[in-house]
Design a protein around this ligand. Structure first.
Ligand code: ADP
Ligand code: MG
Length: 287
C-alpha cells in the first residue's frame, strides 16, 4: 500500500489523526497530527520518510538514525523535541513537538522583520538571533554540529506574545569528537556553505554552523540571501561569491553599523577568524 498526501489526510495512524500537510523537505513530508488518546488532543508534527528512498540510498537510512539519536540526546527549549518514533508500512515516522508559527524563511519572505514604517526592526532581529546563537552554542557544547542551518530549518512560535524559535531538521547533524572535529562530507544547502566546504577542505562543523548563522542574520536584516545563484548565475558564480565573502547590503534600508559588524564577525572567510558563539552576546549590537 502506498501512503501519499491525499490518502493520508484524515486517516489515523496508531493514536494519531493526520490533519494536514505542514511542509515538504528534501527527503520527507511533515504532517500535522492530533493525538486521539490524550484528552486535550495534543498536536504533533509527524515527519515521514519513505522507506523506498531509504533503501535506495544507504546514506538516507543512516541520516534518519542519526536524526533520531541526536534528537533524543538534545533536550533544550531552543531545539525541536522528539516525542516518539514509529514505522508504518513504507514509512519511518518521527513524531516531533509541533511548532505552530511556520518557518523563519516564510517570515523573512513576508517581511516579518519590518516594522509598520517598513524599516528593519533591529530589536526583533537581535532578539531572535540571540535565541538562535544561544541554541546553537549549547548544541555545540554537547558536541553536536547541525550542518544544515538555514531559514527553512528554523521554526517560529509565540510565547505570551513574544516571538521564539526552535532549531529543526537534524538529518545532517553529527556528533563530533572535540579533539578531532574535522569532517569531510560536503553537505548543506549551497547558499549557506562556508568557504572551506566550497574548497573541499576538512572542516570544523562548529565553524561552518557559525558561517551559516552569518548567512541567516544577513538575510533577516537585508531580506535576501547574501550569496545566491540568481536565475542565470551558475553554481560556480555562487561559490565565487562565497569565496570572496563579500556581501552587498541593501541601499534602501537603514541597517546599523553594529548589526553589520555582527554579520561581518560571523562571515569570516578564515574559519579560525570567525567569532566564537559564546562571545556573540558581548558584541556592541547586543549591549
Ligand atoms: P527535510 O529533512 O526533508 O528537509 P524537515 O525536518 O526540514 O525535513 O521538515 C520539512 C518542513 O516541515 C519544515 O521546513 C517545516 O516547514 C515543516 N516541519 C518540520 N518539523 C516541524 C515541526 N516540528 N512543527 C511544524 N512544522 C514542521
Ligand atoms: Mg529541512
Amino acid at each position: 500500500q502506498h501512503y501519499d498526501e491525499t490518502t493520508l489526510t484524515g486517516k489515523t495512524i496508531w493514536k494519531f489523526r493526520i490533519n494536514r500537510l505542514l511542509g515538504v523537505g528534501a527527503f520527507s513530508k511533515v504532517y500535522l497530527a492530533t493525538s486521539e488518546e490524550e484528552p486535550d488532543k495534543k498536536k504533533s508534527a509527524i515527519k515521514m520518510i519513505g522507506k523506498s528512498k531509504m533503501l535506495k540510498d544507504p546514506r538516507m537510512k543512516s541520516s534518519v538514525e542519526r536524526e533520531v539519536a541526536v534528537l533524543q540526546f538534545l533536550q533544550h527549549p531552543g531545539i525541536i523535541q522528539l516525542e516518539a518514533t514509529m514505522e508504518i508500512e513504507q514509512h519511518m515516522c518521527l513524531v516531533l513537538e509541533y511548532v505552530d508559527g511556520g518557518e523563519l524563511f516564510d517570515f523573512v519572505q513576508q517581511q516579518g522583520m519590518l516594522d509598520l514604517a517598513g524599516n528593519v526592526d533591529e530589536i526583533m532581529v537581535k532578539d531572535l538571533f540571540l535565541q538562535l546563537a544561544t541554541a546553537v552554542q549549547w548544541m555545540h557544547e554537547q558536541n553536536v554540529v547541525h550542518r544544515d542551518l538555514k531559514l527553512e530549518n528554523i521554526l517560529l512560535y509565540r510565547d505570551n506574545g513574544t516571538l521564539k524559535l526552535k532549531l529543526s531538521d537534524f538529518g545532517l547533524a553529527r556528533v563530533i569528537d572535540p579533539d578531532q572535529p574535522l569532517l569531510t562530507t560536503r553537505c548543506g544547502s549551497e547558499e549557506y556553505v562556508a568557504p572551506e566546504i566550497v574548497q573541499g577542505l576538512g572542516y570544523d562543523g562548529r565553524l561552518t554552523d557559525t558561517w551559516a548563522l552569518g548567512v541567516i542574520l544577513f538575510s533577516m536584516l537585508a531580506g535576501y540571501l547574501p550569496f545566491s545563484a540568481r536565475t542565470g548565475a551558475s553554481l560556480s558564480q555562487l561559490f565565487y561569491q562565497i569565496m570572496q565573502a563579500c556581501v552587498r547590503w541593501p541601499k534602501d534600508q537603514v541597517i546599523s553599523d553594529h548589526a553589520k559588524q555582527v554579520v561581518e564577525s560571523l562571515l569570516q572567510r578564515q574559519p579560525d577568524k570567525r567569532i566564537a558563539l559564546v562571545d556573540v552576546p558581548s558584541l556592541p549590537w547586543f549591549q
